[in-house]
Design a protein around this ligand. Sequence first.
Ligand code: PLP
Length: 390
Amino acid sequence: MKEVRTQRRAVCPMSMNLSQIPSPCFVLDEARLQTNLALLRRVQEETGAKIILALKGFAFFHAFDLVREYLPGCTASSLYEAQLARETFEGEVHVCAPVYLEGEMRDIVQHASHITFNSLSQWEHFKTVLPPQGVSAALRINPEHAEVETALYNPASIGSRLGVTADELGPHLPDGIEGLHFHTLCECGADALERTLAVVEAKFGGLLKQARWLNMGGGHLITRDGYDVDLLIRLIHDVRARYDVEVILEPGAAVAWRTGVLTATVIDRVERRGVRTLMLDVSFTAHMPDCLEMPYKPDVRGARDPEPGESGWRLGGMSCLAGDVVGDYVFEEEPVVGQRIVFEDMMHYTMVKTTMFNGVPHPSFGIWRRNGTFDVVRRFSYDDYRSRLG
Ligand SMILES: Cc1ncc(COP(=O)(O)O)c(C=O)c1O
């Protein structure tokens, strides 16, 4: 089940000096990324499975020199992500999109090593465009077994547009299809994969025997404390032994889990009818949209949830959206204008989802290096805002 993030844990090293970091800024902690990657490498080494990075969750290519040392490739959900993978990562480029557009398949095949189709009609439509060699094709299947409660993140609901159902397929894989792909998890444990695999095998076991590879999608939160890595390893071994398939996992969140922060600053304090709000130089809707979409309350360093009856501070975004607020929080010390606010765990599904809605300034991107130095690798300006609009 999707985790409710309530833990209070600092992400950045204690030595991180906020005065060196501009505000607002997404800051990647390279050492923590390396720790996550090392665990993913262990899983690969102990199972023979491939773990590739889902760019939709983490596409900070300034960190790819490090990621490339541990993971053999990327998975892309569009032509642009495929091109980014080819240009900045190299290695294998898997592409899995809900639909492919008429004009883009010829470009996708230039970048892709593997392409997964979401429907038999799209496969039929595009199969003649695929080169005879060099690109391996697959079908996304939907076992219709849901482990995710939040509808927005549940691809396995009945009637879902994502993935071919068992009754659409006959007993044989379509000619030319070498792989099967399922993605039904989101921030899940290995127990959820175990239950899902049981259904996949019951419904698609005959087809799995004909496949060369099985991609088990993302949603495996392997790097979260308490994830049952040994169970994952056993499950992969079992699948490989039973079906003689190559196994691929394509997590996004697990790669960047707890690897960085978003720093912000208190610009103003307002109090209206007893509601106290800290006005920040960031926006939830523009910079942390999952906080409103999921929704979830991000951890803030040095702050906690109010006890019943205790009043706290609401955190207010700088856009005009009425609901651009999250909270409340009780701070260890009374918050003041000019104070830094540090949002924890802001690397996955944040930088990839930001917008410049309202024309609000976009946070810079920085890297806290393993050697203790800090680099700003990207600043944004008015030109970035304007260029997207015309
Ligand atoms: C097809 C597919 N693969 C992989 C992922 C990555 O999932 P996560 O970041 O939860 O590991 C997603 C996320 O939506 C996805 O849709």
